[in-house]
Ligand binder design. Structure first.
Ligand code: ADP
Ligand code: MG
Ligand code: MG
Length: 906
C-alpha cells in the first residue's frame, strides 16, 4: 500500500492521535486528539513529518506530485464540514497553514492565515459575513503574512523595517491614527493594493491569486523553513536531529477579527512562572493570530482575578481597568465559562499543564492548539509535586516530568535583601521569568554575544525580542523588554532558558539608533548598569549584589522521591569545607574528589610548597614538607568535619609542579630570600621544571613515584587528621586516591608507601580507623589493564576529563581552536568534555568496570569528571553499573534527579 501522507481531523473525528507526535508533529497530534475528546477545533489535516524528509531528499516537484490527490481529498473534507469551497468566489473556504515539528521550535515558518483570498474571494467574504471591514482586514493580513513568510519579504534582522509595516505606518501617520483597528475599509483596500505593489517590486512577480498556488507555496515554505538558519541553530543548541522533519497543518480559518464579539488569545492551565494551580491567560478583542503575543495592543486578562492582579502590578486603577481592560469573564461571560471548562478538560485529559490558543468567532469558542506548557524550573517542580498530590500522576511520572537540567534555575541567585533595600526601582514591568540579574545595558543581540564573550555581564534590552535574538538572549544575564506580555516571545523563551526576564516595563522607550533608552525620563546608555528582578518585575538602576536561592518544600519532596528510586550515590567534588557543606545541603553523600593541590594556593601554604618544589635534594624537600604537614592536616580536618560520617576521597598531588612556582622576577627573588640561595639558582630551578607538554609530563602518581616523601606527608596528614577527629567524636572515612595510574606497578609502589605510612601513624597513636586505597582511571592504558589494577585497588574513580583528553588526543587547553568548527561541521555532535562520549570514552569506562569487578567483585566504581553533573552522562554511569557519580556542589540535585530517572528507565 502507498504510504499515508495526510491525516485529517474535524467534527469530532480524526485519523491521528496524540501519541503520533513523531509522525504528525506536536501540534498536529494534539489537534487530532482534541477532536477525539470533543473539544471544538476547526477541521483540517496534517501532512506528516516523513514528507518533510522526502521533500529534502527528493525535491519539491516529487513531493507536490505525490501529495496532490491526498491533499485535494482532505481539502474537500474541510469544504464539506464548513459548507464552503476552496477557490470559490461567493463562498470561499479560507485556510491557515502552520508548521509543527515534534517539539515546538522557534525559527520555523510563521503561520499564514486567511489563505485562499484574492480580489474576488474578498468580495464573497464581505457579502457572506455582512462585514466588509473584516473581509478586507483579513485580506490585508493575508497579503502581508504570505509576502513576509512565503515570498520572503520579511527582513532578516529585526531592526530592518518590514516593507509592509512601513507602508502601514505611513498610512497611519498620514491619517493621524494609532491602532490598526482604526483603519477604514478604504484604508485597507489601499493597503492591499500597495502591499501587492511592494511584492511585485521586490520579487518581480505578481502576488499569486490562485488559491491552489497559494496553498502549495505555503506548504513548501514550511518544509523549506526546516532547513533555514534559525531552525538549524535551534536544533543544534538542543541536539535535535535533522531527520525529525516538520509536519504541515492546514486548517479551516476561524475569525477572531470579526468585530467586538470576536477575540483571540492564549492561556495556561497553571501559572507557568510559579506553578500555582491557577488558570490564566490573555486575549484581545477583534484580533487575529499572533496579535496577542506581538504586542500590537495591550492584551487583557481572561479571568477577573487575573485582571485584578495585573492591574495592581501595572499600577492601574480599578476604574481604568474595568473600562479599558476588562477581563473576558466580564465581557463575554459565556465564552469565558466555556473556556474555563475546556482548559480543565484538557488538563485532566493530558495530565499536565497545558498552553493553549483559542479564538472566539462571533461568540463561539474554538481551540487552535494545546501542548504541555513551557515553565520555569520552580513551576516544573511545583506542578509535578502538586499533580502528584492531586492524584493526576504517580511518583515515577512526577520524577520523569522534571528536567534535571532545569533544576539549575532553582539554585540560581536572588538579590541580596540588604542590597535591595538600598536599591532604587526606576520602573517595573511584568515578572515574565524569575531570578535576579545584574549587568550592563546592550540593545542588540549580536552585541550581547560579543560583550559576553569579553566576559562582561549584560542585560539585553529590546522593544520586543524575536527568534533572531536567541543567541544574544542565551548569553545575557537577563532580558528587559518595553512591550509584550506574559506570553510574548521574550517571556516564553526566557522561561525556557531559565533566564530572568522583565517584560512590558512601564514608561520605557528604546532608541536603537542612538543606543539609548529612557525610563521615566531617566536616560540610560549602552554600558550602563541595571538590575532586573524577574520575580517581582522590578527594574533597578546600578548593580545589586545577588545571593543564593532558597529551596522550598516542593524541591525537598521531589529530591526525597528521587532518592527512593535511585541506585547510585551522588557525591561531590569539593576542596574546601565551605563547598563540602553546600554540597551536603544539596544532598551529597560523600566527596568523590578532593583535590589537594587547590589547598596549596592559599597564602600560608604556597611558600613552603614552593620551597618543597624548588629544593635541590630530598633533605630540602623533607624540610619543606614538614612545614606543610600541619597545614594540610588542618585542611583535612576541616573537610572531614564537614563530611562527618560520609566518605571523602582525597586525591594525592596531581598537577605538574611548575604550576606552583613563581615565574616572575619578584616572586623568584622572594623565594631566593626565603630559601637563602641566590636568585640565579632559583631562576635555574624554575626553568628546569618547564616541560614541552606538561599535561603528559611529570605529574600525577609520577610525582609520588619520584618523590615518595610527598606521598608520605600527604598520607600522614590525612590519617593524623582522621585519628584526631575520632577523639572528638567525628567520623572521618578517608579514601586515598592515587592519580594518573597507567601501569599497575605505579599504583603498587604508591600503595606500599601509603600502607606503610598508615601503619606507622596507627602505631604511633595506638589507634586505627577504616580506610580505602584506590586509584583514578584516567589513562586509556589503565582502563585497558583494569583487571590487573583492580587486584591492588579498593576502588576506581573515572577521571573522565583526562580520560577524554587522552582518548581523543585533544589537549583540553587547546581544544577551543578546533572544537567550535568540529561542532559546526557536525564532525562532533557534542563537546566531549561536557557530555561523555559514550561510544569511545564510555566504552573504556564500561570495559574497565567489568574487568575490574571480574577480579574484585566488591570494587567500588565512580566518576569524578565534569560529566558527573551532566544528566545524560549520569544515566550512562547508571547503565554501566557505577556505584556513584561525583560532581560540583551546585550540580548535586541535578545528578540526583538524573540518577533516579536512570533507575526508573531501567
Ligand atoms: P505558533 O507555533 O507560532 O504558535 P501557530 O501555528 O500556532 O503558530 O499559529 C499562530 C497563530 O495563528 C496562533 O495565534 C493561532 O491561534 C492562529 N491560528 C492558526 N490557525 C488558525 C485558524 N485556522 N484560524 C484562526 N487562527 C489561527
Ligand atoms: Mg509562530
Ligand atoms: Mg501556536
Amino acid at each position: 500500500m502507498e504510504r499515508k501522507r495526510v491525516y485529517t481531523f474535524g467534527n469530532g473525528a480524526a485519523e491521528g492521535r496524540s501519541d503520533m507526535r513523531n509522525l504528525l508533529g506536536g501540534k498536529g497530534a494534539n489537534l487530532a486528539e482534541m477532536n477525539l475528546i470533543g473539544v471544538p477545533v476547526p477541521p483540517g489535516f496534517t501532512i506528516t513529518t516523513e514528507v518533510c524528509t522526502e521533500y529534502n531528499q527528493l525535491g519539491k516537484d516529487y513531493v507536490t506530485g505525490v501529495l496532490k490527490k491526498e491533499v485535494e481529498h482532505a481539502v474537500a473534507g474541510i469544504e464539506r464540514l464548513t459548507g464552503t469551497r476552496f477557490g470559490d468566489k461567493e463562498n470561499p473556504c479560507l485556510l491557515s497553514v502552520r508548521s509543527g515539528a515534534r517539539v515546538s521550535m522557534p525559527g520555523m515558518m510563521d503561520t499564514v492565515l486567511n489563505l485562499g483570498l484574492n480580489d474576488e474571494a474578498v468580495q464573497g467574504i464581505a457579502v457572506k459575513s455582512g462585514n466588509e471591514r473584516f473581509a478586507w482586514d483579513s485580506y490585508r493580513r493575508f497579503v502581508q503574512m504570505y509576502g513576509d513568510v512565503v515570498l520572503g519579504l520579511k527582513p532578516e534582522s529585526k531592526d530592518d523595517i518590514d516593507p509592509f509595516e512601513e507602508i502601514m505606518d505611513t498610512m497611519k501617520e498620514v491619517k493621524g491614527i494609532e491602532l490598526d483597528t482604526d483603519l477604514t475599509v478604504d484604508d485597507l483596500k489601499t493597503l492591499v493594493k500597495q502591499f501587492k505593489q511592494a511584492v511585485k517590486e521586490r520579487t518581480g512577480n505578481d502576488f499569486p491569486s490562485d488559491p491552489w498556488d497559494q496553498l502549495w507555496g505555503a506548504v513548501c515554505a514550511v518544509f523549506d523553513s526546516w532547513m533555514n538558519d534559525r531552525a538549524i541553530l535551534y536544533r543544534k543548541m538542543n541536539n535535535f536531529p535533522e531527520e525529525w522533519g516538520t509536519a504541515v497543518n492546514v486548517q479551516a480559518m476561524v475569525y477572531g477579527n470579526m468585530g467586538n464579539t470576536s477575540a483571540t488569545g492564549v492561556a495556561f492551565t497553571r501559572d507557568a512562572a510559579t506553578g500555582e494551580d491557577l488558570f490564566n491567560g490573555e486575549y484581545l478583542i477583534n484580533a487575529q493570530g499572533e496579535d496577542v503575543v506581538a504586542g500590537v495592543r495591550t492584551p487583557q486578562q481572561i479571568t477577573l482575578e487575573g485582571s485584578h492582579r495585573w492591574a495592581k502590578m501595572q499600577g492601574i486603577s480599578e476604574e481604568e481597568r474595568a473600562s479599558k481592560y476588562p477581563s473576558l469573564e466580564e465581557i463575554m461571560p459565556e465564552c469565558a465559562a466555556q473556556l474555563i471548562e475546556t482548559q480543565q478538560k484538557l488538563e485532566d485529559y493530558f495530565k499536565d499543564m497545558q498552553d493553549l490558543e483559542f479564538t472566539i468567532q462571533d461568540g463561539k469558542l474554538w481551540l487552535l492548539q494545546t501542548r504541555s506548557g513551557k515553565r520555569t524550573g520552580a513551576a516544573m517542580v511545583k506542578i509535578a509535586t502538586d499533580m502528584l498530590h492531586q492524584g493526576y500522576i504517580d511518583e515515577k511520572t512526577a520524577l520523569k516530568r522534571c528536567d534535571p537540567e532545569k533544576l539549575d534555575e532553582l539554585l540560581h541567585p536572588v538579590f541580596d535583601k540588604k542590597a535591595l533595600a538600598d536599591a532604587h526601582a526606576i520602573t517595573h514591568g511584568l515578572p515574565a521569568s524569575p531570578g535576579a540579574a545584574t549587568g550592563q545595558v546592550v540593545f542588540h543581540a549580536d552585541e550581547a554575544e560579543e560583550w559576553a564573550k569579553e566576559g562582561k555581564k549584560v542585560i539585553l534590552c529590546r522593544i520586543e525580542t524575536s527568534p533572531e535574538d536567541l543567541r544574544g538572549m542565551a548569553t545575557a544575564q537577563g532580558i528587559l523588554t518595553a512591550r509584550g506580555g506574559m506570553t510574548s516571545h521574550a517571556a516564553v523563551v526566557a522561561r525556557g532558558m531559565g533566564k530572568c526576564c522583565v517584560s512590558a516595563a512601564n514608561n520605557l522607550s528604546i532608541d536603537y539608533k542612538s543606543r539609548k533608552m529612557t525610563i521615566n525620563g531617566k536616560a540610560l546608555l549602552e554600558g550602563d548598569w541595571i538590575s532586573l528582578d524577574g520575580t517581582t518585575g522590578n527594574v533597578y538602576e546600578g548593580q545589586i549584589q545577588t545571593v543564593d536561592a532558597e529551596l522550598g518544600p516542593d524541591f525537598t519532596e521531589l529530591m526525597e522521591i528521587a532518592d527512593k528510586y535511585t541506585r547510585m550515590e551522588v557525591r561531590t567534588n569539593a576542596d574546601t569545607p565551605h563547598d563540602a557543606v553546600a554540597a551536603r545541603n544539596f544532598g551529597a553523600t560523600g566527596i568523590g574528589l578532593c583535590r589537594t593541590e587547590h589547598m596549596f594556593f592559599e597564602e600560608d601554604k604556597i611558600v613552603p610548597m614552593r620551597e618543597m618544589i624548588l629544593a635541590k635534594d630530598e633533605e630540602g624537600r623533607r624540610r619543606a614538607l614538614e612545614k606543610l604537614l600541619p597545614l594540610q592536616k588542618k585542611d583535612f580536618k576541616g573537610i572531614f568535619t564537614a563530611m562527618d560520617g560520609y566518605p571523602v576521597t582525597v586525591r594525592l598531588l596531581d598537577p605538574p609542579l611548575h604550576e606552583f612556582v613563581p615565574h616572575d622576577e619578584k616572586g623568584q627573588m622572594e623565594m631566593a630570600r626565603v630559601m637563602n640561595i641566590s636568585y640565579e639558582d632559583i631562576h635555574e630551578r624554575v626553568e628546569s621544571l618547564l616541560e614541552a607538554n606538561p599535561m603528559l609530563g611529570l605529574r600525577g602518581c609520577r610525582l609520588g613515584n619520584l618523590y615518595p616523601e610527598i606521598t608520605e606527608m600527604q598520607t600522614r596528614a590525612i590519617m593524623e587528621a582522621a585519628l584526631e577527629l575520632k577523639k572528638e567524636g567525628i567520623t572521618a572515612i578517608p579514601e586515598i586516591m592515587v592519580p594518573l595510574t597507567g601501569i599497575v606497578y605505579e599504583f603498587k609502589n604508591q600503595k606500599e608507601i601509603i600502607e606503610r605510612t598508615i601503619q606507622q601513624v596507627f602505631s604511633e597513636n595506638s589507634d586505627s580507623i577504616d580506610y580505602k586505597i584506590g586509584t583514578m582511571i584516567e589513562i586509556p592504558r589503565a582502563a585497558l589493564t583494569a583487571h590487573k589494577i583492580a587486584k591492588e585497588a579498593d576502588f576506581f574513580s573515572f577521571g573522565t576529563n583526562d580520560l577524554t583528553q587522552m582518548t581523543f588526543g585533544y589537549s583540553r587547553d587547546d581544544v577551543a581552536k578546533f572544537l567550535p568548527l568540529y561542532l559546526d561541521k557536525g564532525i562532533l555532535k557534542q563537546d566531549p568534555f561536557a557530555v561523555l562520549d559514550q561510544n569511545g570514552v564510555g566504552q573504556l569506562v564500561s570495559m574497565a568496570v567489568q574487568a575490574g569487578r571480574s577480579v574484585r567483585p566488591s570494587l567500588k566504581c565512580g566518576i569524578c569528571g565534569e560529566h558527573g553533573g551532566d544528566p545524560s552522562s549520569v544515566k550512562f554511569c547508571h547503565r554501566v553499573g557505577l556505584n556513584y557519580v561525583s560532581c560540583s556542589p551546585f550540580r548535586v540535585p541535578i545528578a540526583r534527579l538524573a540518577a533516579a530517572q536512570a533507575a526508573i528507565e531501567g
